[in-house]
Design a protein around this ligand. Structure first.
Ligand SMILES: [Zn+2]
Length: 188
């Protein structure tokens, strides 16, 4: 799947939004990829997952670990295509944690899978959960990488869409300066 083919799935499902958005990282932006809107179609989710699996199979992962909630659906689909387990980590008192009896061992090779990567903070935090459980983190994969620096994770990273959209600190955001109301996507 090429980047244009993946972007086309986002456009067709209304998952590429334009306006003034506050991202999970706290930064502001004029575009937002609402991946839940493309992932609501199981056939599209399956196709995106298969495409990421194709690019990460050589890492020989034995498990996929995703941060809840955003990474769960695509993590499931990547794991399905790879034929490995799909686990997720979720926040408990602010920290990502393995719950529900999920476990990883030192025999596990973990692929961290997310929907959208911006700063990479939640990917690094998810990788740390796997490492703390004794597993080896072999790479990361995301449908969309909004970042500029692919090396920022210290992990092999595969993304179907590389979208370098400017992000702004709220104090330096031109959309804020223009008085345009900011929207936290998905909160309505
Ligand atoms: Zn702003």
């Amino acid at each position: 799947m090429t980047q244009n083919e993946a972007l086309d799935l986002f456009r067709r499902s209304g998952a590429l939004l334009e306006g003034h958005f506050k991202l999970t990282s706290g930064l502001h932006s004029d575009r937002y990829m609402q991946s839940a809107l493309v992932l609501q179609y199981p056939d599209l989710a399956e196709a995106l997952g298969a495409a990421l699996a194709e690019r990460t199979r050589h890492l020989q992962p034995t498990a996929v670990l995703s941060p809840a909630l955003g990474g769960i659906v695509i993590g499931q689909e990547v794991a399905r295509a790879l034929g490995v387990r799909a686990l997720f980590a979720e926040r408990q008192e602010g920290a990502l944690t393995l719950r529900r009896g999920f476990s990883l061992s030192n025999a596990d090779r973990v692929l961290v899978v997310e929907d959208v990567l911006t700063t990479g903070g939640s990917t690094r935090e998810t990788a740390a959960v796997a490492t703390a459980a004794g597993a080896q983190v072999v790479g990361a994969a995301a449908i969309v990488d909004r970042g500029k620096d692919a090396a920022r994770l210290n992990l092999p990273l595969q993304a179907l869409i590389q979208l370098d959209v400017p992000t702004y600190d709220p104090a330096a955001c031109p959309l804020c300066a223009a008085g345009q109301p900011v929207v936290k996507p998905g909160s309505r």
